[in-house]
Design a protein around this ligand. Structure first.
Ligand SMILES: Cc1cc2nc3c(=O)[nH]c(=O)nc-3n(C[C@H](O)[C@H](O)[C@H](O)COP(=O)(O)OP(=O)(O)OC[C@H]3O[C@@H](n4cnc5c(N)ncnc54)[C@H](O)[C@@H]3O)c2cc1C
Length: 443
């Protein structure tokens, strides 16, 4: 019997949608990928700043990112990765400290030796935990106070949690800190406990261009500037997708990879229970300023901030990692602020955000003057990652929805990892076989 070629539609052309499309096509299906923006890539997309083209949001690769490295091998880019030992800074009480190895950690002045040992023990203990589901039931504050003590919690953990999560840290489970520590550890696991990060010269702009070409050459129909506004089953039993541009297309199966609040809006036929579960997934967004500077800020790739005067929640100096040739000899810095999607900052103009961010940056780094800033642009994304609230994984809606032929797979389904491209690819590995299996029964 000849196997019927199925028509699959993928909504959302980020790395997740691109990879689903790629694997479904390799499995012999007819695949169309729809992306609302003018180009594919989603959160990994690049833009131009001054004469520099680089990612809108900062990205690094870890040695342990095996799925991502496998994909880069397919794209013939894995050998190009440059691995660099990086340093981490800590800005606290108006001073910048290096926290890149155990000795610097022991010299870190804001904590006494006992508090430092408790902090170190908490991180080590978390790195060894295998049963993370247990942590989903415990509020992060309770867990950290228990293991690190009140002084370390108030001085270090609380400002860091606030920096990343705002006041939402109160509803977050200890699984959040576990996944963060696991990722941090995997950056240090190899390379003699030194932090090693990698990048592909040319950044994600080059990766995405190569990926786009591969998909196109393999016969995937890629449609950009196609924002889907409604997905439902038509009377003929096909899945119909309506787009903002007035067009309509029909498929046998559709996978939605967009953030959950968008899925809830564009699939009116989901059951109330499914909609409720989608609504209960709370996202954090990000407002991130990118600056091109004449001078470097310092030597750290990441600087964590525990002081509260900065509107941004960390400093990422990309040019402390990436060869400056990539930036025409200049320096590239990111200033992210993680916020809820309804935070008033989303109502501010780019100029207002730039003014506030630059003022604080100049205070933090007095050797930088206004005229050292060659360019500053603000990127925004309202739905970046789902917050790991208490019992998070138990409350997710099923991937296979009640609408025949319609599936949901987005980054909210990363339940035991931080948001990163490697975990995004892991989702495809784990969930696509289940989708294909369950889709057989709905035929
Ligand atoms: C500040 C920041 C730093 C990061 N740092 C790293 C890092 O160092 N290392 C790392 O590996 N990862 C990092 N990541 C994470 C990485 O970018 C994500 O894991 C990955 O890009 C997620 O891909 P996705 O396809 O799931 O989602 P997205 O990229 O969000 O893709 C979803 C796509 O759906 C599209 N869409 C939305 N609505 C519609 C609609 N109605 N119709 C059609 N299309 C629609 C969107 O335009 C978007 O392109 C970072 C992310 C951010 C924001």
């Amino acid at each position: 019997m000849i196997k019927k070629t199925e028509r699959w539609g993928i909504i959302g052309g980020g790395v997740l949608g691109m990879t689903l499309a790629h694997r479904l096509k390799q499995a012999g299906n007819d695949v169309t990928l729809f992306e609302a923006a003018k180009q594919v890539g989603g959160l990994t997309s690049a833009w131009k700043l001054d004469d520099v083209t680089w990612d809108k949001f900062y990205h690094v690769i870890l040695l342990s990112d095996t799925n991502l490295r496998e994909l880069l091998r397919e794209l013939e880019l894995e050998k190009e990765i440059k691995w660099v030992e990086t340093k981490t800074g800590f800005y606290t009480d108006g001073k910048l400290y290096s926290m890149s190895n155990s000795i610097e950690f022991l010299l870190f002045p804001p904590l006494n030796l006992i508090n430092k040992l408790r902090l170190g023990a908490t991180i080590y203990f978390a790195s060894k935990i295998k049963n993370w589901k247990r942590l989903e039931k415990i509020p992060v504050e309770k867990w950290l106070r228990r293991w690190s003590g009140n002084k370390t919690y108030d001085k270090i953990w609380l400002p860091l949690l606030r920096a990343k999560l705002g006041e939402n840290y109160k509803n977050i489970s200890a699984a959040f800190i576990w996944t963060t520590i696991q990722r941090m550890y995997s950056a240090r696991r190899e390379g003699l406990k030194k932090e090693m990060f990698g990048y592909v010269p040319g950044g994600y702009s080059k990766i995405l261009k190569r990926y786009y070409e591969l998909l196109e050459n393999n016969g995937i129909n890629i449609k950009t500037s196609y924002s889907s506004k409604k997905v439902y089953t038509s009377n003929s039993g096909e899945v119909t997708v309506e787009f903002e541009n007035g067009e309509t297309e029909n498929f046998d199966k559709v996978i939605l990879t967009t953030p959950s609040p968008i899925i809830e809006k564009i699939c009116p036929d989901l059951t109330e229970a499914e909609k409720e579960r989608l609504k209960n997934i709370k996202y954090l967004g990000v407002v991130c300023a990118s600056l091109v500077l004449k001078k470097p800020l310092d030597k750290y790739y990441v600087t964590n901030i525990t002081d509260s005067f900065t509107p941004f929640t960390g400093v990422i100096e990309m040019s402390a990692l990436v060869d400056k040739k990539e930036f025409n000899g200049k320096n590239l810095v990111y200033l992210p602020k993680y916020v809820l999607p309804d935070d008033p900052i989303f109502l501010k103009s780019d100029d207002e955000i730039k003014d506030e961010f630059i003022k604080a940056l100049l205070k933090m780094y007095p050797h930088i003057k206004g005229d050292d800033i060659l360019c500053c642009q603000v990127a925004r994304a309202k739905y970046v990652f789902a917050l790991s609230t208490l019992n998070y994984s138990k409350n997710l809606p099923p991937v296979s929805t009640s609408i025949p032929g319609v599936y949901i797979l987005n980054s909210a389904y990363i339940i035991n990892g931080t948001l990163n491209v490697n975990e995004t690819l892991e989702l495809v590995k784990k969930k696509l076989p289940l989708i294909l299996q369950s889709s057989k029964f709905t035929d």
